[in-house]
Design a protein around this ligand. Structure first.
Ligand code: HEC
Length: 156
C-alpha cells in the first residue's frame, strides 16, 4: 500500500512536469521500474519449491536454452543476440540488479505471464511449473557473461 501511495505522488508529479521533458527520462524509467516491481508483477511472496541441486540447475539451464536464448543469449546477458540493444525497451541483462531484485516468485510470474506490451512472451501453456521454477534457479546462478558462447541460431 505504501508503495502505491508513493507511486500516485510520483505519477502526479510526472503529469505536472511531463510536458516539458522528452521521454524516456529518468523519472519515467523510475516509475516504470516501481510499477513493475510493486504492482504489475505479482506472485511476490511465492517461494521456489525446487531445491538448488546440480541436476535442477542443469534442467533450468536446458529449459532456458530452449525457450529464452533467442532473445536473452545462452548466458541471459544478451551475448551474441544481434538485436539485443535495438529493442524497445532494450533487452535487460538478466544478471542486472534491476532484474535480480525481483523475488523468485516474481521471476516465475514474469516467465509465466510475460511483460506486455514488450516482446517478452508468456510461457504459460508451453512450460510447466517445474520447468519455470528451474529456470528461476538458473536465473539466480547465471554464468559469467560470454562464457557459454553465442546461441547457435545466430552463428550458422
Ligand atoms: C522474443 C524475445 C524474448 C524471449 C524468447 C524471452 N524474452 Fe525475456 N524479455 C524480452 C524483452 C523484450 C524483455 C524486456 C521487457 C521489459 O523490460 O518490459 C524481457 C525481459 C525479461 C526479464 C526481466 C523483466 C523486467 O521487468 O526487467 C526476465 C526475468 C526475462 N525476460 C526472462 C525470460 C525467460 C526466463 C525467458 C524464457 C522462458 C524469456 N525471458 C524469453 C524478450 C524475450
Amino acid at each position: 500500500m505504501r508503495a502505491r501511495c508513493h507511486l500516485i505522488i510520483l505519477v502526479a508529479a510526472m503529469l505536472l512536469t511531463g510536458c516539458k521533458v522528452s521521454p524516456p527520462n529518468r523519472v519515467e524509467r523510475y516509475v516504470v521500474h516501481e510499477v513493475k516491481h510493486h504492482i504489475t508483477v505479482g506472485n511476490k511472496s511465492a517461494q521456489n519449491p525446487i531445491p538448488l541441486t546440480t541436476e535442477n540447475l542443469a534442467d533450468g539451464k536446458e529449459a532456458f536454452g530452449h525457450y529464452c536464448t533467442v532473445c536473452h543469449g545462452l548466458d541471459g546477458q544478451g551475448t551474441g543476440v544481434p538485436f539485443a540493444d535495438q529493442m524497445s525497451p532494450p533487452l535487460p541483462s538478466l544478471a542486472s540488479p534491476e532484474v535480480q531484485s525481483y523475488t523468485d516468485g516474481q521471476l516465475k510470474w514474469i516467465v509465466e505471464n510475460g511483460i506486455a506490451p514488450s516482446g517478452m512472451p508468456a510461457s504459460k501453456g508451453t512450460l510447466n511449473d517445474d520447468e519455470m521454477w528451474s529456470i528461476v534457479l538458473f536465473l539466480r546462478h547465471l554464468p559469467p557473461a560470454g562464457s557459454l558462447g553465442e546461441p547457435e541460431v545466430y552463428s550458422h
